[in-house]
Write a protein that binds this ligand. Structure first.
Ligand code: OGA
Ligand code: MN
Length: 293
């Protein structure tokens, strides 16, 4: 079996994988990609030419494709690959202060995807379709490296305490009106352990997000403060990698081991990424993420 050529993106995590066309993934190649995913948390493939169908096909190797409109999805309706985009149907861009753009701005808070769903995401596979001249990088922070380096006294304050997550919490930080939208209120609050242990290699990582709003055993303010303190620790510059997009770049990341955020751009410029989230499964360590109490 050929061994994939990889170069590091950051001293602590992340690799670019060279010489692969993601249209050609088969079981053997997926096994190598998956091993790199478990080890390095963030994978970059450049100059890929993937249709939406090919994007889905690659995604399905990782597990079930997340579909947030279920059970609203109409019978027989096809799944449309989600877009992270400010482009309107008539080819313009959404206004800087309209709800759609405000929702994109909520992506600029450090998060992992879908911690507010009954089944959170294992990965997001993001493809650059339209990129900006300036700004609009996506940043990552290793919650595995950050947790490994965290002083024991700070770790002790969160260990054993479940954290509560709600979609509207991250939207509320940008706009209270946005948080009330039905898109963000349709799931009940979710409760997860603060550490996700990778079942393949045993590595621990802090599991936190902008969606997190409360901590078991702490009052609201104490909980929020601890969430902020933990997030600040693991997003220090030493743990951050920033990716400037080119069309055809594909990033695949392990939500169990990194946080991410969008960064601002000139909103008059169009920007479009397509995104497929794959739901985590028991084999990914989801069972152990559920608090016992
Ligand atoms: C996402 C996301 C970041 C970006 O797609 O989940 O957070 O840079 N995107 O658009
Ligand atoms: Mn995201």
């Amino acid at each position: 079996m050929s061994v994939m050529e990889m170069t590091p993106l950051h001293p602590r995590y992340g690799v670019e994988i060279h010489g692969i066309d993601l249209n050609d993934v088969d079981d053997a190649l997926y096994a190598q990609i998956r091993a790199a995913f478990e080890e390095h948390s963030l994978l970059l493939f450049r100059e890929q030419d993937l249709s939406d169908e090919a994007h889905l096909r690659f995604g399905r190797y990782f597990g079930s494709v997340e579909n947030r409109s279920v059970p609203d999805l109409k019978e027989g309706a096809e799944f449309k690959v989600p877009e992270v985009s400010n482009i309107t149907d008539d080819g313009g861009v959404t206004g800087e202060m309209d709800m759609h753009t405000l929702n994109l701005k909520a992506n600029m808070l450090w998060h992992c995807d879908s911690t507010f769903l009954p089944i959170p995401a294992l990965t997001n596979i993001l493809i650059a379709r339209v990129v900006t001249k300036e700004g609009g990088a996506t940043e990552f922070a290793s919650t595995r490296a950050g947790w490994a380096d965290m002083p024991e006294d700070l770790k002790a304050r969160i260990r054993g305490r479940g954290i509560w997550h709600r979609y509207g919490n991250s939207r509320r930080k940008i706009s209270p009106e946005l948080a009330e939208d039905a898109l963000f209120t349709k799931w009940k609050d979710q409760h997860w352990n603060p550490v996700w242990t990778n079942p393949v290699n045993g590595r621990e990582a802090l599991y936190i997000a902008s969606h997190a709003f409360a901590v078991d055993g702490l009052d609201d303010l104490e909980g929020e403060r601890l969430i902020d303190e933990l997030t600040e620790f693991v997003t220090q510059p030493d743990y951050v990698f920033s990716h400037t997009w080119n069309v055809g770049d594909v990033l695949v990341w392990d939500q169990r081991a990194v946080l991410h955020r969008a960064t601002p751009w000139n909103y008059a410029e169009p920007r479009k990424l397509t995104s497929i989230c794959i739901s985590a499964s028991e084999a990914d360590g989801l069972d152990a993420l559920r608090p016992q109490n």
